[in-house]
Design a protein around this ligand. Structure first.
Ligand SMILES: Nc1ncnc2c1ncn2[C@@H]1O[C@H](COP(=O)(O)OP(=O)(O)O)[C@@H](O)[C@H]1O
Ligand SMILES: [Mg+2]
Length: 267
């Protein structure tokens, strides 16, 4: 994939970010630039610090040291809702919808946020007068069938595929500049994953910068223009997918003795 992205000022920058939990160093001096229009993939073994990166950028944890910048502005230590209000949104690896509400009502809540009010919500659709219609528009955009009962079903009764889409929809309701997806493909069937890949591409076409934490390498490498590999909380390699796949350090650290082709199919 050779998508051109802006390389002047990063939209997100992590500068020497470290995070220690008790005795565990989850991140160690991580530097990362994300450019506008990027689909940046972050991969690494379990426990390598991927979710901690998401939590660091989005204000869900306090850094031990280092700084985070959004469009050049220092957002280190800002509260999660302030960072979301700036347009930096995230999905949760363990989904966090309002289970007792109908699916569409999960979006009515972010559609009442200050950012949604300022931007007019998804695609700046106007006055936000009819949040229910906008909520259903967003759900349709991310793959809920519009004229079915699914948007109205109680969230707790929805299959995982819909819950994952709902996580993305909650980001979209904020008219985001950045979406950070924490393992959005995990728990999905092959066909559900295949149907989400074009969705990610569409969001990128809409100008949204995307960071994807992912174990499903084959699909990730289809959409990502850049990959960072984490290992024990440190950046091991960063580059275009082909470079990263060919890197001996990555093969050793991340894939052990397995052949890359096998990992690409079964990961
Ligand atoms: N809230 C926490 N308290 C203590 N240790 C944590 C916490 N969150 C993460 N860790 C530890 O930090 C390391 C990185 O975790 P995480 O970022 O969740 O990894 P990944 O998402 O790559 O699987 C792990 O060793 C994990 O046990
Ligand atoms: Mg994780």
């Amino acid at each position: 994939m050779s998508k051109q992205t802006r390389q002047d000022q990063p939209i997100l920058r992590m500068e020497n970010v470290s995070k220690v939990f008790g005795g565990v160093t989850a991140l160690k001096n991580v530097n990362l630039d994300v450019f506008e229009g990027d689909v940046l993939g972050i991969i690494g073994p379990n426990g390598s610090g991927k979710t901690t990166i998401v939590n660091s950028i989005t204000g869900f944890i306090t850094l031990t040291s280092g700084r985070i910048y959004f469009r050049g502005k220092d957002i280190t230590g800002k509260k999660a809702h302030k960072i979301a209000d700036m347009g930096v949104t995230r999905t949760f690896q363990v989904m966090r919808p309002y289970y007792s509400l109908p699916a569409f009502k999960n979006l009515v809540i972010p559609l009442f946020s200050p950012r949604a009010k300022r931007t007019g919500g998804w695609r700046g659709g106007g006055t936000l007068g009819d949040r229910k219609t906008i909520a259903i528009d967003i759900l349709e955009e991310i793959g809920f069938e519009r004229d079915s009962y699914i948007p109205f079903k109680t969230t707790s009764t929805l299959p995982t595929g819909y819950l994952k889409r709902l996580e993305l929809a909650r980001c979209l309701a904020l008219q985001p500049e950045v979406i950070i997806c924490d393992e959005i493909f995990s728990g999905l069937s092959m066909s559900e994953i295949a149907s989400m890949v074009p969705l990610i591409e569409r969001l990128q076409d809409d100008g949204i910068t995307i960071v994807m934490i992912e174990h499903r390498l084959r699909e990730l490498f289809q959409v990502a223009n850049r990959i960072m590999v984490l290992n024990f909380g440190e950046k091991l390699v960063e580059g275009v997918p082909d470079e990263v796949m060919a890197d001996e350090r990555v093969k050793e650290a991340y894939f052990g003795s397995e052949k890359m082709e096998e990992v690409m199919i079964y990961a």
